[in-house]
Design a protein around this ligand. Structure first.
Ligand code: GLA
Ligand code: ZN
Length: 685
């Protein structure tokens, strides 16, 4: 293992089970040249490692691991359990999953097993044990990577039985289950636990019974945790000093990562921004991942050195793009920059997926960029790893709320929680104001401002937390679609936002859905807490709400369908309010505002609460600051086409920073070229 602190982990997935010795030897030299310090393998090699039940063939892997270690490269050893061998699917009928239409799937895909299958689990555990036994003392072993991107939903009879056990444990009695699922609607009473059926496509059940679907998603998350622990516990027992984790798919919705990742030593996630994505979007996803383990440094477990194969249009990465993507992860709290993959495969589904060593070889732009990155990472060493980000503002993100909001039929088909929360995040991001994404369980003591977009599901205790927070002087901001349902998706009577009505000083009477081409004016009333411009545009949903104790800061103006003005009976009703509650303030926003409103409003909230941007700046810059025992590391990424500037001086002082990549001292106004990145260090005074 590394002596002392882990450096930035650089490298990633290597699938040598596809290659002959000569290729592997060549790869080793290239990896060394590129400064790669970590490989993840053998992710998909179960069929090769265990060609027959209980008969292992590890020699080829021994050889490869020895070569890797001879070159001073560490490994995260992967349990190869995401792609089971054909004998396993064939021999045990419970291994292959059943889909939501009730069809038993056939063998041949990866992540294609029932997470509750006894036989899958027993063979997966056996190979994890065999690997742990054989490699626990391997000197290059830096950690364990369990399976790959869990996420299968299975609807087999075995899962149904386990779901029933899970429901019994959660709800105790059939009466309680009927009440929680409100089965009196459409006469869906369940007389006996054994009658519980799974969400199914056959009668559209999954669309019309959100409470059941919601619990099924919780159950699948819990089952996947068990499935992960089935292997992880074996590995941990063999090597208690080494980290164990699994990589999380970039399509993160299906499993509740806030529940899963506390069982791991790292959050490790796969970051695949789509070509043309707003740079703020991957930043937002990094923040969600950072939130999963309460701000602890995480891993970028995969990203692509070049184009992917699975986007609709797979743009090659532009010069410098990989570097910006890599530093963005580090800037937001990652301690690694791992890639999928090292060598492009000859054939198969992913033959056109980018890799450091491509079909065209290594005399390539991409390999050169990889090498340059490796050199920089060597220079940075372990300087900022372990560093944390400090923020006084927070945005609440809740996984189950995500599920519930999008399972809900009405008021609009366009509900996209991730995109909605992103709009709020982007306002902070664009201004370079540090903000944490937080869970509903996060303590609020460290924050001055808490924004809770579309918090439809009000979990027990969260309302009290917000109440206390505001009472003690905090500022909270809630929006349309808030405080409507409980954990089982049962709505509150007595108007939204339910238990927080008095804190926000409003009650919501109705919610109008706008057609995509419809907009409504938001007119500021000109009072305290206002945006600087008077008129803005809203869309998507409009809460028709009444200010009880709250003060009205904006009202709905005229309504438009495209360019054309149309009748609107709620013109003049509140669109934005603020309520003084205890020592603090609670804002309620009734509709989705345009970007300029959002920025001005968030800025205003920050100003009122004393939440500051990192530095004054000019240009399309992304700025973050990580802090560890050495001091502060300011990341500067210029996403723009022109020079950017950062004013490093603070109220009268002009501290000296050291630019780690450019090797020079900087102070005062720091200038950064288009597309460039910098890491500026300031030691503890
Ligand atoms: C995922 C998987 C990898 C690979 C990449 C391709 O993240 O974990 O095995 O398929 O996608 O982008
Ligand atoms: Zn199943």
């Amino acid at each position: 293992m590394w002596n002392g602190k882990r450096p930035i982990l650089f490298g990633g997935d290597y699938n040598p089970d596809q290659w002959d010795d000569a290729t592997i030897d060549e790869d080793m030299k290239l990896f060394e040249q590129a400064g790669i310090n970590l490989l993840v393998l053998p992710v998909f090699a179960w069929a090769k490692l265990e060609p027959e039940e209980g008969k292992y063939d590890f020699e080829w892997l021994d050889n490869i691991l020895n070569k890797i270690w001879e070159h001073g490269i560490h490994v995260f050893l992967a349990t190869p359990t995401s792609a089971q061998p054909s004998w396993l699917s064939k021999k045990y009928s419970d291994v292959l999953p059943v889909d939501i239409a009730g069809r038993r799937r056939t063998h041949g895909m990866r992540v294609f097993f029932c997470v509750n299958s006894i036989n899958y689990r027993s063979r997966a555990r056996a190979i994890a044990e065999a690997l742990a036994e054989r490699y626990r003392d391997f000197p290059g072993l830096a950690g364990w990577h369990v399976a790959n991107e869990y996420g299968t939903y299975c609807y087999c009879e075995n899962c149904r039985k386990k779901f029933i056990t899970w429901l019994k444990a959660r709800y105790g009695s059939i009466e309680e289950l009927n009440s929680r699922w409100h089965t009196s609607f459409w006469g869906r009473q369940i007389y006996d636990f054994d009658d519980v059926t799974l969400p199914t496509e056959l009668n559209d059940d999954y669309r019309f019974c959100p409470a059941v679907q919601l619990d099924y998603m919780r159950f699948v998350t819990d089952s996947t945790i068990e499935c992960y622990l089935n292997e992880a516990q074996v590995l941990k027992a063999a090597t208690p000093h080494l980290p164990v984790f699994t990589n999380i798919s970039g399509f993160i919705k299906k499993l509740n990562q806030f529940e899963m990742t506390p069982h791991m030593d790292f959050v490790g996630w796969d970051n695949y921004p789509a070509p043309g994505d707003d740079a703020a979007f991957p930043a937002f996803k990094h923040e969600i991942m950072r939130a999963a383990r309460d701000g602890a440094p995480f891993l970028v477990a995969e990203q692509s050195p070049n184009q992917q194969n699975w986007q609709p249009y797979n743009k090659i990465k532009r010069p410098g793009e990989i570097r910006r993507i890599a530093y963005q992860g580090l800037a937001h709290g990652a301690d690694s920059s791992l890639f999928f993959q090292m060598r492009q495969s000859v054939a198969g589904q992913e033959k056109f997926h980018g890799a450091f060593i491509a079909h065209s070889g290594f005399q390539t732009r991409i390999f050169r960029e990889g090498c340059a990155l490796g050199q920089e990472f060597k220079k940075l060493g372990s300087s900022f790893t372990g560093g944390r980000i400090r923020a006084r503002a927070a945005i609440v993100f809740d996984w189950e709320n995500w599920w519930a909001l999008e399972l809900t039929s009405g008021p609009t088909q366009d509900m996209d929680y991730l995109k909605q929360v992103f709009r709020y995040y982007k306002a902070f991001y664009t201004e370079n104001i540090p903000v944490d994404i937080i869970k509903t369980t996060t303590k609020l003591d460290n924050y001055d401002l808490v924004v809770m977009p579309l918090l439809y599901m009000m979990k027990p205790g969260f309302d009290e937390k917000i109440r206390e927070f505001v009472k003690k002087g905090g500022t909270a901001a809630a929006t349309y679609m808030s405080g409507r349902a409980d954990e089982n998706d049962r709505c509150v009577f007595g108007a939204y936002p339910g238990p927080l009505k008095d804190v926000f000083g409003v009650w919501v009477e109705e919610t109008d859905a706008l057609y995509p081409e419809e907009t409504i004016e938001i007119i500021m009333t000109g009072k305290e807490g206002d945006c600087s411009e008077r008129q803005h545009t809203g869309k998507f949903l409009c809460d028709l709400f009444h200010a009880q104790t709250a003060e009205v800061l904006a009202v709905y103006g005229k309504s438009f369908a495209g360019e054309k003005e149309q009748e609107c009976f709620y013109t003049g009703m509140p669109a934005l309010t603020v309520n003084k509650y205890g020592e603090g303030h609670a804002y309620y926003l009734g509709c989705e505002p345009d970007e300029s409103f959002m920025r001005q409003w968030i800025l205003k909230l920050c100003e009122e609460t004393g939440v500051k941007r990192l530095f004054a700046f000019e240009g399309k810059l992304e700025l973050t600051c990580r802090e560890n025992e050495n001091g502060q590391y300011v990341f500067v990424i210029n996403h723009g086409n022109s020079k950017g500037r950062v004013w490093l001086n603070e109220e009268g002082e002009s501290p000296v920073y050291y630019s780690l990549l450019q090797d020079k001292e900087v102070k005062g106004v720091f200038t950064i070229s288009p597309g460039e990145v910098s890491v500026l260090f300031r030691g503890r005074d």
